[in-house]
Design a binder for this molecule. Structure first.
Ligand code: GDP
Ligand code: IMO
Ligand code: MG
Length: 431
């Protein structure tokens, strides 16, 4: 089997980590292709919880190779810390089960400073509400053709030239924010210190993937963030700075479209968002509070409370179309246990007109009025259920209608954070 891409269909935190870890049991390779340490992917194994930011979720599975593709932006300090942390917990991370693309770009301290300069102090209302991890500035330097890349760490002379160019650029910007200058010598020195920890993992990833796919190895492409945080297709400018949709998996790892067999999307049974920006079905009331409390909707990376609301089937349908999703995994169904009634947004009204999609303009996105379908809740819990036949009939009716609204089969349902609490629902990928 060639590749399978897994992407988020909302604003991130859909449960991609759990789904990729579950699928990785039968995959040879798991590749992250975009984003950086702004991701927080949670995997629960028994009474142990793992939160992965840069390391692909396959790293927890014995026999699976975890790969960081060229589209990922890598903070060397974070990555070294994450590797050390996982080793301390008894996991093997060496150059037989982990590799880094030599052409991936780095996130440096200067990028984090710039993120913080732009967003303001963490206790003030910031513009985008980023994770302050330097992701946007790092991608800017990448497309600006002045990034330091992983391969530069192997060549001190080249590193010196690139670092000097980047520092010159950053110091000009920093002056505008009254920031202190950074010194090229110190950035260069830090990177040379990190190099021996990372260079053993560095490979031409595109070549490894080509050879592996030719040998019929199974490759999972693990998306970070979600469709509406995509820099083009998301709720711009309230987005991240990478492309989070399935098309990005090809470019961000170095494979072609024929290597992809299926695309799987992940969404929650409701909707959440961390950070600022439009959110048509947001519930700023006791319903939102209950979803946050029961769903433990606290940001994995920044510990910010997540904004909560009803499932927006218009957005999920749009996300499925943009990524060519053929099977949807719905997570956190159990969080809806005990609600008297549930709502799902099936269309919008904007200035008296019906809309079947989320418009692109921020103003319009903020003004659309959701049109809801209402469903009876269920009393029998779904938490921990592993068989479709054991689901309450109201829960099945809820999922069946979602399948119609999003125009895509719901192939898997997740009913708890635990690794194995997953139900096969309808036919389709992942199969
Ligand atoms: P990701 O970024 O898409 O990997 O998602 P996160 O890990 O940031 O957030 C998802 C949260 O929901 C994590 O705390 C998971 O452990 C948890 N989770 C995943 N699936 C389920 C589920 O089916 N039910 C419940 N209650 N929690 C889940
Ligand atoms: P995972 O992979 C949820 C959000 C931030 C902010 C916006 C831009 O765990 O689903 P950035 O730091 O990327 O410049 O911030 O994107 N954001 C996420 N929200 N899950 C994520 O990742 C996110 N990564 C970034 O909160 O609104
Ligand atoms: Mg997350």
């Amino acid at each position: 089997m060639p590749g399978m891409i897994v992407v988020g269909l909302q604003w991130g935190d859909e449960g991609k980590g759990k789904v990729v870890d579950w699928l990785a049991e039968s995959a040879d390779i798991v590749v992250r292709f975009q984003g950086g340490q702004n991701a927080g992917h949670t995997i629960v194994v028994g009474d142990e919880t793992f939160t992965l930011s840069l390391l692909p979720s396959g790293i927890l599975r014995h026999g699976t190779v975890a790969v960081l593709g060229s589209g990922v932006v890598i903070d060397p300090e974070s990555l070294i810390h994450e590797i050390r942390h996982l080793r301390d917990r008894g996991f093997r991370v060496d150059n037989t089960n982990f590799m880094i693309a030599e052409n991936a770009s780095l996130v440096l301290g200067a990028h984090k400073h710039l993120d913080i300069f732009r967003e303001g102090p963490s206790d003030s209302k910031s513009e985008i509400g980023t994770t302050l991890m330097g992701i946007g500035p790092a991608y800017e330097d990448k497309v600006g053709r002045r990034a330091v890349r992983v391969c530069d760490m192997a060549n001190p002379d080249r590193l010196d030239t690139v670092v000097k160019g980047l520092v010159r650029h950053h110091n000009k910007i920093r002056q505008g924010y009254n920031g202190l200058d950074i010194q090229a010598k110190s950035v260069h020195g830090d990177l040379l210190d990190y190099a021996p920890h990372l260079l053993p993992f560095v490979r031409p990833v595109w070549k490894f993937l080509r050879e592996s796919l030719h040998q019929n190895k199974t490759v999972l492409f693990e998306g970070a963030q979600g469709t509406f945080l995509d820099v083009e297709h998301g709720t711009y400018p309230y987005v991240t700075s990478s492309s989070t949709v399935s098309g990005s998996a090809l470019c961000g790892s170095g494979v072609g479209p024929k290597d992809i067999e299926s695309v799987v999307g992940v969404c929650k049974a409701y909707q959440t968002r961390v950070g600022n920006g439009p959110f048509p079905t947001e519930q700023l009331n006791s319903t939102g509070g209950k979803l946050r409390r029961v769903g433990v909707e606290i940001g994995t990376i920044t510990s910010r409370p997540r904004r909560c609301g009803w499932l927006d089937a218009v957005m999920v349908r749009q996300a499925c179309a943009i990524s060519g999703v053929e099977g949807v995994v719905i997570t956190k169904l159990d969080v809806l246990d005990g609600f008297d009634e549930l709502k799902v947004c099936s269309g919008y009204r904007l200035m008296g007109q019906y809309l079947d999609h989320l418009p692109s303009c921020t103003d319009a996105q903020s003004k659309v009025v959701p049109l809801y379908e209402t469903f009876p809740g269920w009393t029998q819990p779904t938490a921990g259920v592993r068989k479709k036949s054991n689901l309450p009939k109201e829960a099945r009716a809820y999922i069946d209608r979602i399948e119609e609204l999003i125009e895509c089969p719901v192939t898997l349902l997740s009913t708890s954070p635990e690794r194995n609490d997953i139900i096969r629902y309808s036919d389709g990928p992942p199969s």
